[in-house]
Ligand binder design. Structure first.
Ligand code: GLA
Length: 390
């Protein structure tokens, strides 16, 4: 969508009256390092060129009005600065109102007038490509633009996570918002979630593509299962702390984990912690391998990541497993794994150029016959983080 098209769509809903602020906020895909971000580990995500477009203008009263080009049947959804609390029936607008609330909570910056906001996105819904974090971070930028705030993108990411945790009730880590706010074209972000130190690593996949396959599984209980995994890891950590002085599972390497693991009382919690520790080490190694130009070895670690998420972390399910196992059978697939929280959502695969069509065709056919409904495929590109739309 161009800036002109966006502004036209905005004016069709809200009328003319001064040029609106225009923002683009991407989705993200994580290449490796899953369920490590709330365990003080490393992640390796990148921003995509698909995302959410916003046009927004201040109002003179205290109404906050939203129109989503993706849900036109909902019409204009009206909220107010005088009723900032979460309202389940107001759907996606909670991600936006949550940011207004969080700016006030974290910085004492309270919007002093209402606003009209048009948004439209091309991130497939419920895909696990972080459409909600895309909306949160984009809204942060909109608030900066409309009210002249000077909150940095890294701070917006933290505020997005704060809002998701405390307003929307999902105990997510920092990965999604960080990747979206800080993304850089053709680079992935190697982020240490314990310190927020990060480095950009070029993703020069010559002769290869990143292919995302979406299960199209309904989301169901994903949020509550996510929170459950997080608390399982916390219990494992508190068991371990009786025998070793650590603040997060990410501080252990494989050897230390093997040494202390007997302190974890429940066998299920042991599996969860083993994933968190091994996945973190795998991520560190994967980035080293990629930097050394060994894409094949990177792909092997992607595959190992999936196995660990399937067997130890138990967040895959038949749909994601089918997509990945069918992908592994295709000649020209460098690596394939689930990405994001799991329980549905998408897989990410690195596929040689000449194999992409065959990949989509065969994985798609076999998925349909096994699962009973179709998967969707997207050949994606790595884009920049949230910014004004040029
Ligand atoms: C979701 C969360 C992230 C991260 C991933 C799993 O996307 O929002 O913080 O925990 O799941 O790696």
């Amino acid at each position: 969508m161009t800036k002109e098209e966006l502004i036209q769509a905005f004016e069709k809903c809200f009328g003319k009256g001064g040029e609106p602020a225009a923002v683009f906020s991407p989705g993200r895909v994580n290449l490796i390092g899953e369920h490590t971000d709330y365990n003080g580990g490393h992640v390796f995500p990148c921003a995509l060129t698909i995302g959410t477009y916003f046009a927004a203008r201040k109002r003179k009263d205290r109404l906050v009005r939203f129109f989503s080009g993706n849900y036109p049947q909902a019409g204009i959804v009206e909220r107010s600065l005088d009723a900032l609390q979460y309202e389940k029936s107001k759907g996606f607008t909670n991600y936006l109102m949550g940011m207004i609330w969080a700016y006030n909570e974290r910085y004492g910056l309270m919007a002093d007038t209402g606003m009209d906001i048009y948004l439209w996105g091309n991130i497939p819904s419920a895909s696990g490509l972080s459409s909600s974090a895309s909306v949160e971070v984009g809204m942060g930028k909109v608030l900066n633009d409309l009210f002249g705030y000077d909150i940095s993108n890294q701070e917006i990411a933290l505020t997005g996570q704060y809002s998701e945790n405390n307003y929307n009730g999902v105990n997510c880590g920092i990965m999604d918002q960080f990747a979206i706010a800080m993304g850089k074209k053709d680079h992935a972000i190697f982020l240490d979630t314990a310190t927020l130190e990060y480095e950009y690593a070029p993703i020069a996949l010559s002769g290869m593509k990143i292919v995302i396959a979406c299960t199209n599984k309904k989301r169901g209980l994903a949020d509550s299962k996510y929170n459950e995994r997080r608390s399982e890891c916390e219990t494992a950590l508190s068991d371990l702390r009786k025998v070793v002085d650590i603040k997060a599972l990410g501080e252990l390497d494989e050897e230390a984990f093997e040494k202390y693991q007997a302190a974890i009382k429940s066998p299920v919690h042991l599996m969860r912690a083993r994933h968190a520790v091994y996945e973190n080490q795998r991520t560190i190694r994967a980035v080293e391998l990629l930097r050394a130009g060994d894409v094949n070895a990177f792909g092997q670690l992607m595959n190992a990541s999936h196995v660990s998420l399937r067997d130890d972390y138990e967040v895959t399910g038949i749909e994601l497993d089918t997509l990945v196992e069918e992908a592994w059978k295709i000649d020209g697939v460098i690596g394939s794994r689930m990405t994001g929280a799991g329980f549905g959502g998408c897989t990410v695969s690195i596929v040689k150029d000449e194999a992409v069509d065959r990949f989509i065709d065969e994985v798609g056919k076999n998925y349909l016959s096994k699962i009973g409904y179709a998967a969707d495929f997207y050949v994606v590109e790595i884009g920049d983080g949230t910014d004004d739309l040029k």
